[in-house]
Design a protein around this ligand. Sequence first.
Ligand SMILES: CC(C)(COP(=O)(O)OP(=O)(O)OC[C@H]1O[C@@H](n2cnc3c(N)ncnc32)[C@H](O)[C@@H]1OP(=O)(O)O)[C@@H](O)C(=O)NCCC(=O)NCCS
Length: 293
Amino acid sequence: MDLPQKPMLIVPPAPARWPAMADLYQHQRPPWTADLERRITQGVPGAHDVYAVLALAGRFVAGACINKFGDFGVLGHCYTRPECRRQGAARRLIEGLLSWFDMTGGKWLYLAATADLAEGLFGKFGFSTLHRVPWASAVRVTMLRARGGDGENSLAEDQGEVTVRPLSRAAWPTMVALLQYCPGPDPRVSIAESAVIAELFALDLIDHQEHSEWQLLGAFRGARLVGLATVALDHAGTRTQAMLIPHAGTPAELRNAVTELARGKGYEHVDFPMETVLQHESETPPTELPPVQ
Ligand SMILES: CC(C)(COP(=O)(O)OP(=O)(O)OC[C@H]1O[C@@H](n2cnc3c(N)ncnc32)[C@H](O)[C@@H]1OP(=O)(O)O)[C@@H](O)C(=O)NCCC(=O)NCCS
């Protein structure tokens, strides 16, 4: 079976493409398919997405995409139907997507994969490993391709003023990026462990916001997301809860915005349960092990 040489690039919204796309990605789990369907059929305001596919005899046989926000992107949904594997499909799709990303001003491109694919596939396109964690069935990694050799930390750049604004689905790539450089929701879990599930975690945060369970706020320094907060809006009574990432050194402007937002929603107190956990951890003396006999 000869695969086409050039991928087709689909820029959402492209609702007519959804049935073929849904067929290609039928193995995916609901949070991913829901996000895909939303982006393809309706488009996400503020997001700059592109889907690359190879079509054969009227069906899509391989696909991959980049979700881009500002100069940040996440490469994902890399999939080739089993009968078409090892014929260069993924390579062609990735090459097409990287050209698009570079031409449209993209600078920081992240992805999550298994260690096998990191080495056999993505490493050949200039991605280098950020985090590596043995997972249930395989070693999971996250990778970054930084254009122009800008180093490994996208947050180290740009020291503008902090501004706080609501975060929407469009900002998902910057949320994934932030979670590569600071621990996720539970600071007792290592950065590496939260980094390899950052894509799913950030998607989950957005889904909860869209179900009105909480609101997301982002602290930006220039164009960089340097902090994020969730404020629960489904708590009855006068108290609610919030989470700040990073847990230490959070921009004061973000904390203040959380308090203001909660007040505006009728809450008198905001609890930060993770701060209490951290405080407790630092106050608890290490457990003494019994002497070795
Ligand atoms: C991973 C996947 C997309 C590769 O697609 P493909 O069309 O077979 O890949 P290609 O033929 O373009 O291979 C490109 C390169 O990747 C390497 N490669 C492909 N599959 C690999 C694998 N499973 N492990 C290690 N290297 C692999 C090839 O050897 C090739 O290297 P080369 O360019 O030096 O010859 C495909 O196997 C797949 O859909 N797997 C299931 C879904 C998945 O794991 N997606 C990745 C999510 S991060």
